[in-house]
Ligand binder design. Structure first.
Ligand SMILES: Cc1ncc(COP(=O)(O)O)c(C=O)c1O
Length: 418
């Protein structure tokens, strides 16, 4: 199998060089070239439409990162964008007081998300996870937190601890997804002081294989929360409005006290939500100050209402599950045909191709080669993050992608044959 030629990314590299003199590191966090494959992936994009991205060198990609999760319909989804333009032109969106859309969206969320009775609206997922912890601490008058998954960049949970005094995270303990025993042990030691257990209800730990809940795991966590009087928070930033309209909690039938939503709710517009049981949520009104200049801006509420309308009207999530089931079944067959140590984990709307760890560390080379071939062929997957399917991926797009996966695995197989 011939190696695919590398992409021309010269404009991206020029912009990056300029950026490095203007912005520390050139680009921030998960957008850094080292989070992809340095020298292979574009660094700057020009535009997107449907499921396609165009970079500043004119390369076109079928995209499976979906803006790191917000794109549930597609890029530049006409109906959503037009609803926002209309709001901007006819009413405006940034005022000193609140517009009525927060009430409408709060009602809609209460209708769809099982644990939702009251909601507050913020901008980012990190805002919302952090607010949920503050609410749980205020409600319980306790400090400690058990956490499982990625919850954003704020002091209490970010992986890179630079610049953060240890007192800001020393009351936060991590447990692994599907490891109930570990959580039991942590609570045996700290249960009386534990304000919250925050977890992703579906397992998508950073850079690792994805995990569906083992039988009894979510129920076990729910029981432990009740036994110790800790608030159970589901971080549904990735799973909300993607696995189902009611999130992973609705899919798995185990309900938290509070849920945090963001990303897919507004197809790319910045809005996040803390929603939950009235008695717990009321701590936000009685004991806390949660406020920020842009939180009430209405353009994102309009985008969320229109996105949810389309998700319901066009049965979008069922469609994503249907094509995703077909797609991951075919990917699995392709992986089995090649036998190069590739592994597929996840579920139809979000899945991940990784390589089995081996002592020689060859999995790293295989991963690099596989994802390099994919990006060169015009398929935007990343080595260190799972993929998403959006509504605008067509059967034809998925067929093309399968061929590329097949060829890229074949390339890896030939290269690592002996
Ligand atoms: C599960 C989860 N929680 C929280 C966050 C933080 O959200 P944001 O990046 O919008 O601050 C993310 C972001 O990827 C996430 O995936």
């Amino acid at each position: 199998m011939k190696e695919t030629d590398n992409l021309n990314i010269s404009n991206s590299l020029k912009l990056f060089e300029e950026a490095c003199a203007l912005i520390p590191g050139g680009v921030l966090g998960a957008r850094r070239p080292t989070d992809f494959i340095t020298g292979e992936y574009p660094i700057f994009l020009e535009s997107g439409k449907g499921c396609r991205l165009y970079d500043v060198d004119g390369n076109e990609f079928i995209d499976f990162l979906c803006g790191y999760g917000p794109i549930i319909l597609g890029y530049r989804e006409k109906e959503v964008d037009e609803a926002v333009y209309k709001q901007i032109k006819e009413k405006g969106f940034c005022f000193s007081l609140t517009q009525k859309y927060q009430n409408i969206l709060a009602k809609k969320i209460a209708e769809l998300v099982p644990c939702a009775e009251m909601s507050i609206f913020l901008k980012t997922g990190s805002d919302a996870t952090t607010a949920s912890i503050r609410i749980a601490r205020a409600y319980t008058n306790r400090t400690k937190v058990m956490r499982c998954g990625y919850h954003g960049w704020h002091d209490w949970c970010v992986e890179m601890k630079g610049g953060i005094p240890s007192k800001f995270y020393e009351d936060v303990f991590e447990f692994e997804y599907n490891n109930l025993k570990q959580l039991e042990d942590l609570l045996a030691a700290h249960g009386d002081e534990t304000a919250a257990i925050i977890m992703t209800p579906f397992g998508h730990p950073n850079h690792q294989k994805m995990q569906i809940p083992n039988p009894g795991f979510l129920e076990g966590v729910r029981n432990l929360s009740d036994r110790y009087g800790a608030v159970l928070i589901y971080d549904e930033i990735r799973t909300g409005f993607r696995l189902s309209l009611g999130g992973a909690q609705d899919l798995y039938g185990v309900y938290p006290d509070i849920s945090v939503l963001g990303k897919a709710i507004a197809n790319g517009y910045a809005i996040s939500v803390v929603t939950g049981k009235k008695d717990v949520m009321m701590a936000a009104a009685e004991k806390l100050f949660i406020s920020s200049t842009f939180f009430p801006n209405s353009e994102a509420f309009i985008a969320a209402l229109k996105t949810i309308e389309i998700l319901e009207r066009d049965n979008v999530l069922a469609e994503i599950w249907k094509k995703g089931e077909w797609f991951i079944e075919k990917i699995q067959e392709t992986i089995e045909n090649h036998d190069v140590g590739a592994e597929l984990t996840g579920i139809a709307p979000m899945f991940y191709i990784t390589f089995k760890k081996d002592e020689s560390g060859s999995y790293k080379g295989k991963r690099k080669d596989f994802y390099t071939q994919m990006i060169r062929k015009g398929f935007f997957f990343t080595p260190y993050h799972h993929a998403y399917i959006c509504y605008r991926h067509t059967q034809e797009d998925l067929n093309l992608t399968l061929t590329a996966i097949d060829e890229s695995l074949e390339f890896v197989k030939k290269k690592y044959q002996n």
